[in-house]
Design a protein around this ligand. Structure first.
Ligand code: ADP
Ligand code: MG
Length: 317
């Protein structure tokens, strides 16, 4: 099969909202009046972000999901994507499943694939996602204010637990593993929540590298500090009860791959945020507060500051 037949068969779908989609030297898109274009790129490398024998359907889902999550964290509405693929060989059953997983999620969020690139090489999957946000309304990392409450769109730590199980670092029961593996392999980007947070949240980020690392970006960009409540963080993930205290702490505070949103908002929006969560079926968790003392402190159930060793994942650390 040639490169071009591959693109036609597996990656060419109707793109009614593009002026021009796959097939020319570039796609042509027009952004709605009064909107800004939000663009983000995320790459998944075999052996680093996924196991080489990963299920291709789930990989197709995740490749797009991690990108959608970045737009969710900006409060943007996803519209288009491009896909750069580096493949060791043409494996049609693999391509069929990968594209099925990719397009299933794309359709769910109204995203059209308008272009990409296909080359031979080590398995690497890179998406650029494009979305729209009403001008001036994007959620940024830099807006956190002293006194803001810090929220999560759901529990974090389950994806890291599944990974630790797969790496043989701890053992989960079959039932626990299936709960955690769904978080690791099929994250659900919080697109609707991101949009609902426009005009309410002062700052937002998605948790890809670990809570402390990612919240740290908000704190640094905003020039503020935070105090977190570990009990609020740990009560939400049931399988965590199975792990020992050290793993539990590491998975919650520094485990990556959850793709929940972490955001800050003034106290006056607390009820409204609970209502938004109820409407979207998201159990929002209030995890702490922004304060003026720089850095991030995590308090245990007794109110003492916990000793933290790991913040999150760094590819070059
Ligand atoms: P060029 O040589 O101009 O870079 P290509 O031959 O790489 O063009 O690609 C041909 C067309 O197919 C382009 O419109 C490109 O955007 C699209 N394309 C290539 N690979 C993919 C892919 N994996 N998914 C979607 N579209 C793709
Ligand atoms: Mg090309």
């Amino acid at each position: 099969m040639s490169e071009f037949n591959l693109i036609r068969r597996y990656f060419t779908r109707a793109t009614p909202s593009a002026v021009l989609g796959v097939g020319d030297d570039a796609a042509l898109l027009s952004v709605r009046a009064g909107h800004e274009l939000a663009i983000s790129t995320d790459m998944l490398v075999s052996g680093t972000h996924f196991f080489p024998n990963a299920n291709p359907f789930l990989l197709g889902h995740k490749t797009l999901a991690v990108n959608l999550s970045d737009l969710a964290a900006m409060g943007a509405t996803p519209r288009w994507a491009t896909l750069a693929l580096s493949l060791p060989q043409i494996d049609e059953p693999w391509l069929a499943e990968f594209s099925r997983g990719f397009f299933a999620l794309a359709e769910q969020h109204g995203v059209e694939l308008v272009g990409g690139d296909t080359t031979r090489g080590a398995l690497t999957l890179s998406v650029s996602i494009l979305g729209e946000v009403p001008a001036g309304m994007a959620l940024r990392r830099e807006g956190a204010q002293i006194g803001d409450e810090i929220w999560l769109s759901g529990a974090v730590g389950a994806a890291a637990l599944a990974l630790a199980h797969l790496q043989g670092k701890l053992i989960l029961s079959a039932e626990q593993f299936s709960v955690c593996a769904a978080c690791l392999h099929q994250p659900q980007p919080r697109i609707a929540l991101g949009q609902a947070l426009r005009g309410i949240a002062h700052s937002a980020i998605d948790i890809s590298d670990g809570l402390l690392a990612d919240l740290g970006h908000i704190l640094q960009r905003s020039g503020v500090g935070a105090t977190l409540n570990f009990a609020a963080l740990s009560q939400a993930v049931l399988p965590l009860a199975a792990a020992d205290a050290a793993h539990r702490q590491r998975c919650i505070l520094a485990g990556g791959d959850d793709y929940e949103l972490c955001f800050t908002a003034p106290v006056c929006h607390r009820t409204q945020l609970q209502e938004i969560g109820d409407k979207l079926g998201i159990s929002m968790i209030l995890i702490g507060k922004i304060d003026s003392k720089l850095g991030c402190r995590v308090l245990n159930a007794e109110g003492a500051i916990m000793n933290i060793e790991e913040q999150g994942y760094d590819h070059f650390a």
